[in-house]
Design a protein around this ligand. Structure first.
Ligand code: HXC
Length: 528
């Protein structure tokens, strides 16, 4: 049954006009936020507002906000008379280069961006949607952690975020961007994300702030000294990249997203390989010295092998291992490479943990692994042993052994001992392994080997010095050259260094359809 309207079109317009006016008024409040003063204070702190950030992150006009009208229902401490729209967080989705991305941004102007019940529920719903549709989540963090006035309800809200962070782990990429002082839960949720970016001077992360630290331990420290970007990029390893300003940071988030698939069922977007890229492979011969003890910059080698630049992660933490994303022949790969410039490229605790996390990240998101090896071994020392190099070095081993993505490794100059095996050797599952003719592959360097195996013979000889030299030569000739490894099938081939890029391109093409299953299990039990 159709009920005929008794209103004429102009009457109807008159009735709807006040409603639209009210609607516009509310919208204005939603968009402008608490007060011009609060916005000015945010800018005076050198920070953008949450809305300005979302705008910079997403494609123009692509943002669709969710629950902008949500308000808290908390009582006490004056909260009942202070119920701003949105409850201190903007949530929604939009596109980056045309691909769907979910985003939430704390609004520091509202209760310091702190998280209460309504605020948390908005984030929960956003994360549930992202997981359901299989799209990345970017969090723009600028918040003081649990909202003190809402007590344990706020803490529970964090619990719901952590649980979702973990459920989404390895399913959709999670990128945490730190843009202000992030305390407590506001620091822990990012720790569960795949990648953490920070802006220098304005972003800090800590579980408990300087005041609590002072009260409990008596230590005096500034916000920056406790949890600034440089601390987390260099010492703690929490932060993957540091930027000078928010604009650059957010533009790099966009670039990072272009290197990642939307979820674990997809592969990263592939570009057509550059045609004539005018590179000179001869440079590879100059970059890597034949002398195994001479230093060089592995990053220069990587630049010769990849299409454009390496998008390095954790540049300053454990710099003896370089990790990052790049394209080779148009395909995104994850590169792990020993860096002879730092600690001669040894594997130590930091490098093992950094490498393990990166391998896991790439494996989860179908990013093939390219390992460039030039490694003198694990770092010896009491500090390393007592610090748990066995347990923590095993993380890298575990991550590689567990990785089912295409895996190619190239030994550039030397690979000694356990490090040879750990750095994606064929024995632990690399699909293709190559060595350059200049290299040494052995249990240890020839000198060290001679000192262990021929110690008594050297000591008993008339001329120990000459005997040692002879033994070193013998050992090097017999055991450590790449043909020895190739004869035994430990590497697939010895290649001309100048052919390395093409070998990678061909190998990645061949491995494109790789399918590998792990035994059925609830999950493994990796060393922690
Ligand atoms: C409610 C808060 C708040 C909080 C700050 N504010 N922290 N409101 N809950 N946790 C309010 C302030 O009262 C102030 O309001 C406004 O936010 C800005 O704060 P300022 O202190 O003026 O800003 P700034 O000097 O920049 O310092 C920011 C800060 C500091 C470093 C974040 O405010 C701070 O240390 N806050 C406490 C952080 C904390 O301990 N959080 C709880 C963590 S526990 P007005 O109205 O004056 O502008 C947690 C547990 C999670 O999160 C579970 C983990 C496992």
């Amino acid at each position: 049954m159709v009920i005929a309207s008794s209103e004429s079109p102009s009457q109807s317009r008159n009735t709807v006009e006040p409603l639209l006016r009210e609607f516009r008024g509310i919208r204005e409040q939603v968009v402008s936020g608490p007060s011009p003063g609060a916005t000015a204070a945010q800018h005076a702190r050198g920070k953008l507002t949450a809305r300005e950030r979302v705008k910079l992150l997403l494609d123009e006009d692509s943002f669709r906000e969710l629950e902008p009208l949500r308000r808290h229902r908390a009582q006490g401490f004056g909260l009942e008379s202070n119920r701003p729209y949105g409850d201190g967080v903007i949530t929604g989705w939009g596109t980056v280069d045309g691909r769907t991305v979910f985003v939430y941004a704390h609004d520091f102007r509202v209760f310091g961006g702190s998280l209460g019940e309504a605020h948390a529920q908005k984030i929960h719903r956003l994360m549930d949607r992202a997981l359901a549709v299989g799209a990345p989540v970017v969090s723009l963090n600028d918040g003081a952690g649990a909202r003190i006035q809402e007590g344990v309800t706020a803490l529970a809200g964090y619990g719901g975020i952590f649980r979702r962070n973990v459920r989404a782990s390895g399913v959709v990429p999670q990128i945490a961007v730190m843009l202000g002082p992030c305390a407590g839960g506001a620091a822990y949720s990012p720790a569960l994300a795949d990648v953490v970016f920070m802006v220098r001077s304005t972003a800090q992360m800590f579980v408990t702030g300087p005041d609590v630290v002072r009260a409990v331990t008596g230590e005096n420290i500034t916000h920056e000294g406790l949890g600034g970007a440089d601390v987390h990029a260099e010492a703690s390893g929490v932060c993957h990249r540091v930027f000078e300003d928010e604009e650059t940071c957010l533009s790099e988030v966009r670039y990072l997203l272009s290197l990642l698939p939307s979820n674990n069922r997809e592969s990263p977007p592939r570009l057509t390989a550059p045609l004539a890229d005018g590179r000179s492979p001869e440079r590879l011969l100059e970059l890597v010295p034949v002398n195994p003890n001479q230093s060089y910059d592995m990053k220069a080698v990587i630049e010769e092998l990849v299409d454009e630049d390496l998008f390095e992660l954790h540049e300053r933490w454990a710099p003896n291992l370089v990790v990052g994303l790049a394209r080779v022949g148009g395909r995104v790969v994850g590169i792990l490479a020993n860096q002879p410039r730092h600690l001669a490229g040894v594997l130590d605790i930091g490098a093992s943990e950094k490498g393990a996390r990166f391998v896991q990240f790439c494996d989860a998101f179908n990013i093939p692994l390219v390992t460039l090896e030039d490694v003198p071994g694990f770092l010896p020392g009491v500090e390393q042993e007592h610090g748990g190099i066995i347990r923590r070095g095993a993380k890298l081993l575990y991550a590689y052994c567990n990785a089912t993505v295409p895996r190619i490794s190239v030994i550039l100059r030397k690979a000694y001992g356990g490090a040879f095996i750990v750095m994606d050797s064929q024995a632990i599952g690399a699909d293709l392994t190559y060595a350059w003719p200049t290299n040494e592959v052995a249990v240890m360097g020839a000198e060290a080997a001679a000192d262990v195996v021929f110690r008594k013979e050297i000591a008993a000889s008339d001329d120990p010095e000459a005997t040692r030299e002879r033994k070193v030569r013998e050992y090097r000739g017999a055991l450590t050259h790449p043909y020895h490894a190739a004869e035994r099938g430990l590497v697939d081939d010895v290649i001309d260094p100048r052919d390395t890029r093409q070998a990678l391109i061909d190998g990645l093409e061949m491995l494109d359809g790789k399918h590998a299953d792990l035994p059925e299990r609830k999950h493994g039990n990796p060393p922690q």
